[in-house]
Design a protein around this ligand. Structure first.
Ligand code: UGA
Length: 431
């Protein structure tokens, strides 16, 4: 099967290299000539475990190529849209990249071949209809089926998630699209991965409703964690006890400094904006967004209180990314914590394994080149991201390095008893 992926960002590169790994012939298109040059050389502009190797392998066996010219997609029967949909002024997703990509794709219609435009970008409810209307205006509606095929991969485990999804969702408006979708995903469905074929609107809602639901679980467990802390319970046991109920399950019950990233905050806001457009009450999602914003601030306040109580002056911040195995800072709790600590007069050093010795303009700070350099000379540590490297830390060495021996761990990566044995004044969440 010949596939074209439009957009060489995070989702596009993962999808293109995974389709290529199925033996399909894939061309990945991006408007940025500079990005295409970089990719053609096998260099990857983003940090994602395993992606570089997969791209290089598919480049060398000829299954994958890059281009900035849409006419190179001529032989493709499936055109996967994976361009960005950044948040607009009032929380709604900005569709301008999607619509200009569709206009470019419409130029392929001159050969009268039928193709599917497969929307993988996260797009608001109703986007498939907007695209169909645009194709109609351009006089090429007959040549394209529009498939809503949301992606559920997580940064940091994107390749694994693409190749082992819990489900594939495809929203279609034409029975002909069904055959094409089944062929495209045959390498996965043959491994018993369910393919749910539905209408376009339902598929669009499934993506947002799933992300907002997971975000709501996190906001909820964060509040239950606060309750545990206030009345002496232990959130680890509480979450485990809740999760043993199969109707609840163990996932996404880990308390933290508030969810971040490019998806949960943006998608929850976009879903809320859609509900408002349709005058539907989505106050649960609204509360999730509010609770998460408050969470990020309350965690910072807690850090300030702890450090002031211990007369801490120098703080080592461990982790900037919104989660491990990514260098993504979007909506990261660190964006609140670093400026707040600096403005309170703390002397702050930061380290993140994905961005050593790096100037971070958003924070007006340069990261340390190593974990050791970061904690050296510090009074206390604030753990913001649960990187494996931090989990492996020798607690005794950490205690020896920190003069006030204070650690505030917002990811509960250490056993509290062991931390206390090492002589640390150890603070964590909900226990
Ligand atoms: C999320 C979804 O999990 C993916 O299924 C989806 O495809 C993706 O958004 C997207 O829409 O593109 P991602 O944002 O990469 O993926 O990250 P997650 O691993 O889901 O974590 C999101 C945030 O929730 C992080 O800040 C993480 O620290 C936080 N989190 C997660 C918790 O605080 N507790 C948990 O138990 C789980």
């Amino acid at each position: 099967m010949n596939v074209c992926v439009v957009g060489c960002g995070y989702v596009g590169l993962v999808a293109a290299s995974c389709f290529a790994s199925f033996g399909m012939t894939v061309v990945c298109i991006d408007n940025s000539k500079e990005k295409i040059d970089t990719l053609q050389n096998g260099d990857i502009p983003i940090y994602e475990p395993g992606l570089k190797e997969l791209v290089q392998k598919s480049l060398s066996n000829g299954n994958l190529s890059f281009s900035s010219d849409i006419s190179d997609a001529g032989s493709a029967s499936a055109i996967v849209l994976a361009v960005g949909t950044p948040p607009g002024a009032n929380g709604e997703a900005d569709l301008s990249y999607i619509l200009s990509a569709v206009k470019e794709i419409s130029s392929l219609a001159s050969d009268n071949k039928e193709r599917a435009i497969i929307i993988k970008s996260t797009v608001p409810v109703g986007t498939s209809q907007i695209i169909r209307d645009l194709l109609d205006d351009l006089g090429v509606e007959e040549n394209f089926y529009v498939v809503s095929n949301p992606e559920f991969l997580r940064e940091g485990s994107a390749i694994f998630d693409f190749l082992h999804p819990d489900r594939i969702i495809a929203g279609i408006h034409s029975p002909k699209a069904k055959t094409l979708v089944e062929t495209l995903y045959q390498p996965l469905t043959s491994q018993n991965i369910p393919l749910l074929i539905t209408d376009n609107t339902s598929a669009e809602i499934i993506k947002y409703a799933s992300n907002a639901f997971l975000a709501t679980r996190i906001a909820y467990i964060n509040q239950i964690s606060d309750l545990c802390e206030a009345c002496g319970g232990n959130i680890e046991v509480v979450a485990k006890g809740m999760g043993l109920d199969h109707r609840i399950g163990q996932h996404y019950l880990q308390p933290g400094p508030g969810f971040g990233g490019s998806c949960f905050p943006k998608d929850a806001s976009a879903l809320l904006a859609t509900a408002r457009n349709y005058q539907v009450d989505l106050s649960i999602v609204e509360s999730t967004i509010l609770a998460n914003n408050k969470r990020k601030l309350s965690i910072v306040q807690k850090a300030i209180d702890i450090f002031k109580n211990h007369d801490v002056k120098k703080v080592a911040i461990l982790g900037l990314a919104f989660k491990p195995d990514t260098d993504d800072l979007r909506e990261s709790p660190a964006l609140y914590a670093v400026p707040a600590l600096v403005s309170q007069g703390f002397d702050v050093k930061v380290y993140d394994p994905a961005m050593p010795s790096k100037k971070i303009p958003a924070l007006n700070i340069t990261t340390e080149d190593s974990l050791v350099a970061c904690i050296k000379g510090a009074d206390a540590a604030l753990i913001l991201t649960e990187w494996q490297q931090f989990k492996m830390l020798d607690l005794q060495k950490l205690a020896d390095a920190l003069s006030a021996k204070v650690v505030f761990d917002t990811r509960n990566i250490f056993d509290a008893m062991r931390a206390a044995h090492a002589g640390l004044a150890y603070y964590s969440l909900g226990r």
